[in-house]
Ligand binder design. Structure first.
Ligand SMILES: Cc1ncc(COP(=O)(O)O)c(C=O)c1O
Length: 404
C-alpha cells in the first residue's frame, strides 16, 4: 500500500479542479479595522484591506470587548480548567447563557465551543432522542447541520432551497405519527438571501414538526436587539431551537442554542459534543458577554454595516459587475469558474492590497464560484470606490463580462 501516493493524488485532484485552498497569513491592526498586515510572499508585512471577514461589525476590536477580556484574564487566568461537568462551569458561562436566552426570548441557552459544534451536537442528539425522527433539511444548509443530521442516523428529506411547497410535499408524504424536525437557516451566507420563516413555521405547526433555525449570519446583525431575523420578523417564539455563533457579528468565538428549558436540559445531558470537551475560555466568554450586551443596546454598528453593504452593492451594480441578488449584508460577486475566482483574488491581493477569499465547491455548487464581500461600518466610501475600479480593471483584463 503506497499511502503517500494516495495522499498526493487526493491533493492533486484539488489542484486540477482549481480548488486547492490557500490560507492567507495576516494580522489585523487593532483599532484600525479593516486594515491588516499580510506576511506571505512579500518582503516584510504588506498593508492590506480586509473585505471578507465575518467579524461583520468589528466587535472583535471593540474597546468594551477588549477591556472585558483583559479584565477576565487578569481576574481568573487563561483557561476554564475543564469540561462544564468537571471544573469548567464558570460564572461567566452561566451569565452568558442567561444573556443569550434573554436575547432570543427563550427559557434557556447552552454554550458550545463553536457554531459548528453546536449544530453538530444538537442536531445529532435531538434526532437520536426522538425515536424514528425524520429531518427536513434545506438543500443549502451549512456543512455543520449536514454533519449533525448524518451523525444522528435519522432519515433525512432535503427540500429545495427556501421552497415551502416542496417542504409541504415532503411533510405530507411522511407518516403523521413520527417525530419531525425542520432544519434551516435564516440568512444563507453565500447567497445573502433569507428563509421564509413564518411560512415554514406555519407548515411545522400544521404537520406538528419541531423547528431548528441556524441564525449564525444574523445574530447581532438584525432585530432591535440583535436577536437575528427571528427577532426582526417577530418569529422567535415560533421556533423551537435557535442556534447562533459568537464568532461572527459578536466578534469572538463559540456557539450556542437557545430553546425552552426542557430541550436545553436534554442536549446538556446527552450531547457528547457538549459534555466531553473543555469549555470555552472564560476570557472569550467575558468578551462575548460584553459584545452581546453592547449590541442589545446599540444599533449604530448594525446601521453602519447595512449602509456600507447597500453602498457597495449599488456601486458594483453601477459599474456593471455581476453582484448577486442578496437581500442582506452579504455582497457576493458571481464569477462561475474556480480558476478565475482564485486569479481575481490573487491579483487583488498582489496589486491592490485587497484581501477577499475566493469561494469554491463544496462551499458553493460547482459553476457558481464567487467572491464574497462583507463590508463593515469601517469600510469608507473611498475604499469602496477603489475596490470597484480595481474589480472593473481586472474583469477587463481577464476578459470577463460586464453588464452594459
Ligand atoms: C451557516 C453556518 N452555520 C454554522 C457555522 C459554524 O459557525 P462557527 O464558525 O462558529 O463554527 C457557519 C460558519 O461559517 C455557518 O456559515
Amino acid at each position: 500500500m503506497n499511502y503517500d501516493q494516495i495522499f498526493d493524488a487526493a491533493i492533486d485532484r484539488l489542484h486540477s479542479e482549481g480548488r486547492y485552498r490557500v490560507f492567507i497569513d495576516i494580522l489585523r491592526n487593532k483599532g484600525a479595522y479593516p486594515n491588516a498586515r499580510c506576511f506571505a510572499g512579500h518582503n516584510g508585512p504588506k498593508p492590506i484591506t480586509v473585505w471578507c471577514s465575518n467579524d461583520y461589525l468589528a466587535m472583535g476590536q471593540h474597546p468594551k470587548v477588549i477591556a472585558a477580556m483583559e479584565e477576565a484574564l487578569h481576574d481568573v487566568g487563561a483557561g476554564s480548567g475543564g469540561t462544564r461537568n468537571i471544573g469548567g462551569n464558570t460564572h461567566y458561562h452561566i451569565q452568558l447563557e442567561e444573556e443569550l436566552a434573554d436575547l432570543h426570548g427563550k427559557q434557556g441557552a447552552l454554550l458550545f465551543t463553536s457554531g459548528y459544534v453546536s449544530n453538530d451536537a444538537t442536531l445529532s442528539t435531538l434526532a437520536k432522542i426522538l425515536p424514528g425522527c425524520v429531518i427536513f433539511s434545506d438543500e443549502l444548509n451549512h456543512a455543520s447541520m449536514i454533519a449533525g443530521i448524518r451523525n444522528s442516523g435519522a432519515e433525512k428529506k432535503v427540500f429545495r432551497h427556501n421552497d415551502v411547497e416542496h417542504l409541504e410535499e415532503l411533510l405530507k408524504e411522511t407518516d403523521p405519527n413520527v417525530p419531525k424536525l425542520v432544519a434551516f437557516e435564516s440568512v444563507y451566507s453565500m447567497d445573502g438571501d433569507i428563509a421564509p420563516i413564518h411560512e415554514i413555521c406555519d407548515l411545522a405547526e400544521k404537520y406538528n414538526a419541531l423547528t431548528y433555525i441556524d441564525e449564525v449570519h444574523a445574530v447581532g446583525m438584525y432585530g432591535q436587539r440583535g436577536g437575528g431575523i427571528t427577532d426582526r420578523d417577530n418569529a422567535a417564539h415560533r421556533i423551537d431551537i435557535i442556534e447562533g455563533t459568537l464568532g461572527k457579528a459578536f466578534g469572538v468565538m463559540g456557539g450556542y442554542i437557545a430553546a425552552d428549558k426542557r430541550i436545553v436540559d436534554v442536549i446538556r445531558s446527552y450531547a457528547p459534543g457538549f459534555i466531553f470537551t473543555t469549555s470555552l475560555s472564560p476570557v472569550l466568554v467575558a468578551g462575548v458577554l460584553a459584545s452581546v450586551r453592547h449590541l442589545k443596546a446599540s444599533s449604530v454598528e448594525r446601521d453602519g454595516q447595512q449602509a456600507a453593504a447597500a453602498g457597495l452593492k449599488a456601486m458594483m451594480r453601477e459599474a456593471g459587475l455581476p453582484v448577486m441578488n442578496s437581500t442582506t449584508h452579504i455582497v457576493p460577486l458571481m464569477v462561475g469558474d474556480p480558476v478565475k475566482a482564485k486569479k481575481i483574488s490573487d491579483i487583488l491581493l498582489a496589486e491592490y492590497g485587497v484581501y477577499v477569499q475566493p469561494i469554491n465547491f463544496p462551499t458553493v455548487p460547482r459553476g457558481t464560484e464567487r467572491l464574497r464581500f462583507t463590508p463593515g461600518p469601517q469600510h469608507t466610501e473611498a475604499m469602496m470606490r477603489d475596490l470597484t475600479s480595481a474589480l472593473v480593471e481586472i474583469w477587463d483584463r481577464l476578459e470577463l463580462k460586464l453588464a452594459a
